[in-house]
Design a protein around this ligand. Structure first.
Ligand SMILES: Cc1ncc(COP(=O)(O)O)c(C=O)c1O
Length: 403
């Protein structure tokens, strides 16, 4: 079994067990481990560089503001956007809720339709259902192909001029299937709909260019990109952001406040009420530097090779059922006949292997697959063949235990 190797010169404190052995961490799709450079950047920001942003008249605050805005520039650069088009949010979930509650509330009404798909994460389902309750907008669900991709031929048949938004995962967090994003954008455009791409699983695995794609909204979380929790980004086209009403009110998002009337700051500040996640933003920027330094094409090739190797190894175990397409990006979901994924996950943990077992915040997809849960192995920059070998050993042991 060979896989392409990626320069793994970074230090990953999270991958070392207390006694010094390697932890076989196969849950990167849930959250990625952090390289030391990100941790160091955050320690500096929290310590010797710490100050507030945007308000201070002293030099430390001015420096921190520059670093904070530089992080926004880096995040924008990662996906080919402009810095003025990046709104810092708590994560992808908050970014989608922001779009639903501002753009959606202002632009959608009863009679309008939204198209999502069977494989969406709950974060790209529930905000639209909540919007449906408030506005009467209808939601349609695009089916999947037999191998677990969003069926864009079906989408083409389903889309009508009543569709105002298409909201799809760029990469599935369960199946790893990669959306044909240019085709999805073209389909949305053909009926005059806007398109939101959930980039949570794609930004750390694929090169993304929102301008070349001509997307309208793109959302992602820093913690899946080797950065910290508590921060993520909404990218939206400038003209869309400019026209969106504010969301949360408070400091930093205003132009002028009187008791009679408040005017608002331009985007993106209009959507960032309150003191922002300063340290997390610095960590987000450091994570972007790290990932772009490794090179997304190299990361993608590395993870594709690992997926191929993992699928091949798992196929060699009789009782394993594999889900998703052969060319999934960095993620492999599977079931072991006669063993609940939670039991498998527990035994693997005893073997020093961490997988995710459950519905992966995609209960409608589980219903579609006809299973309550799957086991999921997901890879990152730091993954290698030893992780796959440990996974296979653990599965073999589980089979022996379960007879
Ligand atoms: C495809 C996808 N969308 C959205 C989310 C939600 O991300 P977060 O919990 O960081 O807001 C996740 C996280 O698992 C995801 O994988």
């Amino acid at each position: 079994m060979t896989t392409a190797t990626l320069a793994r010169d970074a230090i990953w404190p999270g991958l070392v067990n207390p006694e010094g052995s390697r932890w076989h961490y196969l849950d990167t799709a849930a959250t990625a481990q952090k390289p030391q450079v990100v941790i160091d950047a955050m320690i500096r920001a929290l310590g010797s560089d710490y100050a507030t942003v945007h308000r201070g008249v002293y030099a430390r605050s001015a420096d921190m503001t520059l670093a904070f805005e530089a992080a926004r520039r880096k995040v924008a650069g990662l996906i080919g956007g402009d810095e003025g088009e990046i709104v810092f949010t708590r994560g992808a979930t908050e970014a989608i809720n922001l779009v639903a509650q501002t753009w959606g509330q202002a632009n959608l009404k009863a009679g309008d339709r939204i198209l999502i798909s069977t494989l969406e994460h709950h974060a790209n389902i529930v905000p639209w259902q909540m919007l449906r309750e408030r506005t009467g907008v209808a939601i349609d669900v695009c089916p999947l192909t037999d191998d677990g991709r969003i069926d864009l031929d079906a989408a083409e048949r389903m889309l009508t001029p009543a569709h105002r938004l298409v909201a799809l995962a760029h990469v599935s967090n369960v199946l790893g299937s990669v959306l044909d994003a240019p085709c999805a954008v073209a389909l949305a455009r053909s009926v005059g709909a806007k398109i939101l791409l959930d980039g949570c699983q794609s930004v750390a695995r694929l090169r993304v260019d929102v301008k070349a794609l001509d997307a309208d909204f793109y959302v992602f979380s820093a913690h899946k990109l080797y950065g910290p929790t508590g921060i993520g980004a909404l990218w939206a086209k400038a003209e869309i952001l400019d026209a969106m009403p504010p969301w949360q009110g408070g400091g930093a998002m205003i132009d002028r406040v009187t008791f009679e009337r408040t005017t608002y700051a331009p985007a993106p500040q209009r959507f960032e009420a309150g003191t922002p996640a300063i340290v997390e933003a610095i960590g987000f920027g450091a994570a972007v530097d790290f990932v772009t330094g490794q090179g997304l094409d190299a990361i993608h090739a590395h993870e594709c090779a690992l997926v191929q190797a993992a699928r091949e190894a798992l196929r060699g175990i009789n009782a394993v059922r594999l889900f998703g397409p052969e060319d999934s990006a960095g993620i492999v979901s599977f079931a072991l006949e006669g063993v609940h994924p939670h039991d498998l996950g527990t035994i693997l943990d005893e073997e020093g292997v961490a997988i995710r077992a459950g519905h992966h915040c995609a209960q409608p997809l589980m219903a579609h697959l006809g299973v309550p849960a799957t086991a999921r192995a997901s890879f990152g920059i730091y993954s290698d063949e030893s992780d796959i070998a440990a996974l296979v050993r653990g599965i073999e042991r589980t089979r022996r235990i379960f007879g």
